[in-house]
Ligand binder design. Structure first.
Ligand code: PA5
Length: 482
């Protein structure tokens, strides 16, 4: 949100579960009793990193390299700058920013949800609607390849081909590029979309093979179908997804960092935030550790209060995609062996008018975790006098001047009070504001919490064997003779 970037601050995010304990559904003694198992789960999660490095994991899926990745990327950038991965990402982002006005990201699951979370949380909420000048020369960002939706794909092709000057190669505003993101390089949804958009891009660059190669940036595993395609096309920039980093843990690789940097997100600050969270996770005592406390409360609410549904309730529109990214992270990581809580993203106050009834009065199977933002980025809007009338038809004259943040705070406090009165467990993750440093912390907290909980309950958080079933049956229908 370049128009009113808040001044850089190193504010930590915090986790508060006082209101959960106040329901009486979890006792402080139960929380205390979890200290040692949590410390052990943290140790196991960090040991996973060693096991992976020394290749002593055997055949079990193990993707813990995300844990210290932000620190490693930053250190490498600091010491061997021009040869570092971060430097290459920033260079390619700059090249594309200067050459095109729209970038299409093709990917599914972990190969696009983190990017969407970064884009929607850190950029102007209407980034794509702004003129290039208002966007600070940063391209628009569109997503495809995350579904097999005919009309949606056609719709994006319409947009790409609808520039008033047609495919004028000298007109920057008509130029676009695509990032193809797939760790395996073989996911059907992404591969089919790649064919479709490659053909449109080929037409858009007038069949110029060199330009086509420059406008396609694959982000993929070292080998595989996408890697071979990149070679054949001759793409000058191809980014890898490091070994040991699984799809849903890949937001701080080129998967998330490259598109984020293209649209102007400060990826160094993002990594600094993530690295700061890893440090807190490693060093803070269990009782003051936001990662471990989040795991403890969520776990105990499930075990002691039957809260098998975890509602992540965002009090900012801009964090909805963070919630959707987390839905995937938790579901694919812990939804195994007929276990694992069900995550659910809500945006409040919007969803108080759709889900609020159930959260207040429905089945007692939920814990709500608020995502609350301390300070908005823009000047506060005050309620204006009623225009077009000298009367007080809407009966709001007494609130003239009341600001949007004040109204939101009243809604948050009012909702928490209502949940407390019905003993609905409600915790809060406090974000001092929304910026790259804070979002880096938040995403890293949620990834660390997911793997720690896996180790706590004996579920391997890595791998997603269940997803293979649909792929197998889908391909059987498409290729019945194989
Ligand atoms: O977390 C995961 O690994 C998955 O959600 C993958 O990201 C998703 O299935 C896409 O896979 P790929 O990147 O191989 O196309």
């Amino acid at each position: 949100m370049s128009a009113a970037r808040s001044k850089p601050a190193n504010d930590p995010i915090s986790y508060d579960a006082t209101a959960v304990l106040a329901t009486g559904g979890i006792q402080q003694s139960e929380l205390d009793a979890l200290d040692s198992p949590l410390a052990e789960a943290r140790k196991m999660s960090l040991q996973d990193l060693e096991r992976w490095r020394t290749e002593s994991a055997g055949t079990e899926p193990l993707d813990p390299a995300f844990i210290d990745l932000p620190e490693r990327l930053l250190a490498d950038y600091g010491t061997s700058r021009p040869d570092s991965e971060l430097f290459s990402i920033l260079q390619t982002a700059r090249r594309l920013r200067e050459a095109v006005d729209r970038v299409v990201v093709l990917g599914i699951g972990g190969s696009y949800m983190g990017t969407r979370a970064l884009f929607e949380s850190c950029c102007h909420p209407f980034h794509n609607e702004l003129s290039r000048g208002e966007r600070g020369g940063r391209p628009r960002l569109s997503f495809e390849g995350f579904n097999i939706d005919n009309d949606s794909a056609q719709g994006l092709l319409d947009v790409l081909q609808s520039h008033p000057h047609g495919v004028d190669r000298d007109d920057l505003l008509a130029q676009w590029a695509m990032l193809v993101v797939s760790k395996s390089g073989g996911t059907l949804e992404t591969a089919a979309a790649t064919r479709l958009f490659l053909s449109a891009l080929h037409a858009s660059v007038g069949g110029d093979a060199k330009l086509l190669a420059e406008r396609v940036v694959p982000v993929t595993g070292a080998s595989g179908k996408l890697a071979s395609l990149a070679k054949t096309i001759g793409c000058p920039d191809v980014f890898g997804i490091p070994n040991g980093v699984g799809g849903r843990f890949s937001v701080f690789t080129a998967v998330g960092l490259l598109p984020a940097s293209i649209v102007g997100v400060d990826i160094v600050r993002l990594l600094e935030g993530a690295a700061a969270m890893t440090q807190r996770f490693r060093e803070s005592p269990v009782s003051e550790n936001p990662v471990l406390q989040y795991v403890a409360i969520s776990h105990l609410a499930e075990k002691k209060m039957g809260a098998t549904i975890r509602v992540l309730s965002s009090w900012s529109n801009q964090l909805e995609s963070v919630g959707l990214w987390y839905d995937q992270l938790l579901s694919e990581s812990l939804g195994k062996d007929e276990k694992g809580a069900t995550p659910l993203t809500a945006v409040t106050t919007r969803d108080l008018h759709s889900r609020g009834q159930q959260h207040q009065d429905g089945r007692r199977d939920k814990i709500i975790t608020n995502l609350c933002v301390g300070e908005s980025r823009r000047d506060h809007i005050g309620l204006p006098p009623l225009s077009g009338s000298s009367g007080n038809e809407d009966q709001l004259d007494d609130l003239v001047g009341t600001t949007w943040p004040t109204m939101l705070a009243a809604a948050t406090d009012g909702t928490n009070e209502a949940y407390a009165s019905a003993k609905r467990p409600t915790a809060t993750i406090h974000l001092p504001q929304i910026d790259e440093f804070i979002i880096g912390q938040l995403l890293q907290l949620l990834m660390l919490a997911t793997v720690v909980e896996g180790r706590l309950v004996g579920t391997n958080p890595y791998g997603q064997p269940g997803v293979e079933a649909y792929k197998k049956f889908m391909m059987k229908r498409l290729r019945p003779n194989e």
